[in-house]
Design a protein around this ligand. Sequence first.
Ligand SMILES: Cc1cc2nc3c(=O)[nH]c(=O)nc-3n(C[C@H](O)[C@H](O)[C@H](O)COP(=O)(O)OP(=O)(O)OC[C@H]3O[C@@H](n4cnc5c(N)ncnc54)[C@H](O)[C@@H]3O)c2cc1C
Length: 247
Amino acid sequence: MSTTTATWPIFEAALLSRETVAERTMAFRFAKPADWEYRAGQYVDITLRDPPETDAEGNTRGFSISSAPREDVIMITTRLRDTAFKRVLQQLPLGTGVKIEGPFGDLRLHHADRPAVLLAGGIGITPFRSILVETIGGGSLPYRVVLFHANRRPEDAPFADEFRALAQTDPNLTFVPTMTAMAGSTQPWGGEQGHIDAAMLRRHLAGVAHPIHYIAGPPGMVQALRTMLVTSGVDEDDIRTEEFTGY
Ligand SMILES: Cc1cc2nc3c(=O)[nH]c(=O)nc-3n(C[C@H](O)[C@H](O)[C@H](O)COP(=O)(O)OP(=O)(O)OC[C@H]3O[C@@H](n4cnc5c(N)ncnc54)[C@H](O)[C@@H]3O)c2cc1C
């Protein structure tokens, strides 16, 4: 790994593979240097080198690392919108190097013996996948964790099968996916529908006393969920957030 005078690591990583993990949603796996470390829940800045096209937003984006440190790649997962950055990323030949800077951020589960409620809006699921795969892969969650994940339709929900499997492995994990626009879906759905709201939380949080809440996703969704929690009486100190600025 090569570093410069910056106080964080900067290195080149080759694209190893890409995989569609939901509609218009792709996971990209990059080579992980042997001596580079991060904590589950952190993010990196990725810069495209000499891209064939660019736009006003430039060639760098921040992405939560959706892989767990125990996995041997750096995975990021994104919604494929029609921007220059994402057009280039989708077409990058395997083996091409990108510049990676980081890790940054300190989203992580607390140490206190209190349950956790994780609220993910759409692609905001990425840091929670890293945290849950890392923790459950190393044994089991230290307390109850209830993960709510809102998407428009099942077609849009990345990693849902993996979360169901993790919840089977660890009885401390409860997974509550909810769909907000089933009218546009062709898949059957028997689970929750509608936005995550106070009534939905009450339905699934019986016996979950004094949890710490984590919210990740596009800024509008993070703000709406924070307001909902505070209005329902949750103390601001018990809410931790990661906003995906740029959506
Ligand atoms: C800490 C952190 C973690 C993040 N983690 C992730 C992650 O795990 N996965 C992830 O996908 N993103 C993540 N992001 C956001 C990411 O950095 C990008 O900003 C985001 O993916 C949008 O990039 P873009 O190229 O699609 O749009 P940009 O080109 O950056 O968009 C620029 C502006 O145009 C608007 N815009 C562009 N295209 C559209 C469109 N089709 N419809 C409506 N508006 C549009 C955007 O709202 C924005 O205001 C994270 C951001 C932060 C700060």
